[in-house]
Design a binder for this molecule. Structure first.
Ligand code: BES
Ligand code: MN
Ligand code: ZN
Length: 464
């Protein structure tokens, strides 16, 4: 899909011209000239669409009117939503060349919406889906188009790689992808080096698989870098549960358990194109698989993490926090001011927030607030969950410093307090995308599969 800008879309020949209509307002002159839309009870509610034939009255073959809801409630997030819905409709009617002639500025949010609406993962289908070829926006600044495009590419990259089967998106593949990005300093640590670094928790998880673990560290250094942040993505390329094997129905989508890693990869790739100044961003992934192979770690094992703390394995299916524990220790030693980890971490977070919102925790209220604000402005729904000290009680172990799981209840917070044990001297936010990273049925503007959760928020967080 190619994005163009023109101030004169009304005179361009296109398959469809898309026009915005706010709720409760009079129809614009263009539509009125072609058709009296009021007759058809089009109310302009958010996301409503209405298709008109133009019969040669204007250069476009058709007009798609999209409802934008109430004018005073309109936000950039709604622009993304409305454009994405319009694009879905345009693909249904096999449009190829379209123009968006919105009366409000579409900006970056509109461009992102066009790519979200157009996305499907059809690599393995012999019959491909319809896609728009050319989208021309009026009322958009060239630099907003560029920025929107880079954000959308980051999202699409993350979605593609998270949608891939585990047989394709292996730890080795993630490492190859990381190394292929130009403009970053990237180091991939092999198993022997990971052993030397003392990452006993992460290595234990990796042991049951024939796929070797890869510890990936990417670094972006902007001009005059002052702010230093690290983004850690959970990179479980497949989570079978390990010896505490998952039931078949829960295992089916566990190829998505590297969605945090996919997000970080997408973000790092986009940073090389955005070239933001004043920041240094580290992207970290402890990639591996959780499998019940003959060398697998077992319930009752005691592991020693990089910071020397010991963990009794209560359940091998609580593996993500073990890999993140060592990655957090590593990140805290980089001299960064802030660390964000993003992970498909707990089923409990899905129970709490469903697939609608991402769970957010952390050790610094100011940083949490900043993160939540950035998420909101990025069009991603996030919700803070508590990290009361008492959640630690359920992690008490008789034989080690802690267990890796506690009570089934409050599981998202228990995982949060577990991770906190491995954070030292930095501000930290933990982002649980277990419910939002992968959709088992279409929801809102997203189709089945990976959503690229976190990409927009982390990109804005790094660059704002
Ligand atoms: N990857 C899963 C969490 C998950 C569940 C992600 C559903 C996406 C959808 C994680 O590794 C896991 O298995 N967590 C367990 C922890 C439990 C054993 C304490 C869970 O949430 O059931
Ligand atoms: Mn698991
Ligand atoms: Zn997992």
């Amino acid at each position: 899909m190619e994005i163009k800008v023109s101030q004169d879309v009304k005179n361009l020949h296109s398959d469809v011209i898309v026009i915005s209509q706010f709720e409760g307002e009079k129809t614009s002159q263009e539509i009125a000239n072609v058709y009296a839309i009021e007759k058809d009870h089009f109310e302009g509610k958010l996301g409503q669409t209405y298709l008109l034939q133009t019969y040669g009255k204007i250069p476009a073959d058709k007009i798609l009117v999209v409802g934008c809801g109430k004018r005073e409630e309109f936000t950039p997030t709604k622009i993304t939503e409305v454009v994405a819905k319009a694009v879905k409709k345009l693909n249904q009617i096999h449009a190829k060349h379209v123009c968006f002639d919105f009366e409000v500025m579409c900006g970056k949010a509109g461009v992102i919406g066009a790519f979200i609406g157009d996305y499907v993962f059809d690599k393995y289908k012999t019959k491909k889906s319809n896609h728009l070829e050319e989208v021309t926006f009026a009322n958009v600044k060239e630099e907003d188009v560029q920025e929107g495009l880079i954000f959308a590419q980051g999202m699409n990259f993350a979605r593609d790689i998270a949608n891939e089967p585990a047989a394709y998106a292996t730890p080795t593949k993630l490492a190859e992808l990381a190394l292929s990005f130009e403009g970053l300093e990237t180091k991939v640590f092999e198993k022997e080096e990971i052993e030397k670094m003392g990452m006993g928790a992460y290595l234990a998880v990796a042991r049951g698989s024939a796929e070797p673990p890869k510890f990936i560290h990417m670094k972006y250094v902007g001009k005059n870098a002052k702010k230093k942040v690290a983004f850690i993505g959970k990179g479980l390329c497949f989570d079978s549960g390990g010896m505490d094997l998952k039931p078949a129905s829960s295992m089916l989508t566990m190829r998505d358990d590297m969605s945090g890693a996919a997000c970080v990869l997408g973000v790092m790739q986009s940073l090389t194109k955005l070239q933001p100044e004043g920041v240094e961003v580290h992207g970290i992934i402890a990639a591996c698989e959780n499998m019940p192979g003959q060398n697998a770690y077992k319930p009752g094992d005691i592991l020693t993490a990089k910071n020397g703390k010991t963990v009794e394995v209560d359940n091998t299916d609580a593996e993500g926090r073990l890999t993140l524990a060592d990655a957090l220790c590593y990140a805290c030693e980089l001299g960064v001011d802030e660390v964000v980890d993003i992970a498909t971490l707990t089923g409990a977070c899905v129970v709490a927030l469903g697939s609608i919102a991402t769970g957010v925790m952390g050790n610094d209220e100011e940083m949490i607030s900043k993160f939540l604000k950035t998420a909101k402005e990025s069009g991603e729904k996030c919700w803070q969950l508590p990290m009361f000290e008492e959640y630690k009680d359920s992690l008490k172990s008789d034989i080690a410093d802690m267990k890796n799981t506690g009570s089934r209840f409050g599981g998202a917070s228990a995982a949060g307090v577990f991770l906190k044990e491995f954070v030292d001297g930095v501000k930290w936010v933990h982002v649980d995308i277990a419910g939002t990273a992968f959709l088992e049925k279409p929801q809102g503007i997203f189709c089945y599969g990976a959503t690229g959760a976190g990409v927009r928020t982390l990109l804005n967080y790094a660059t704002k």
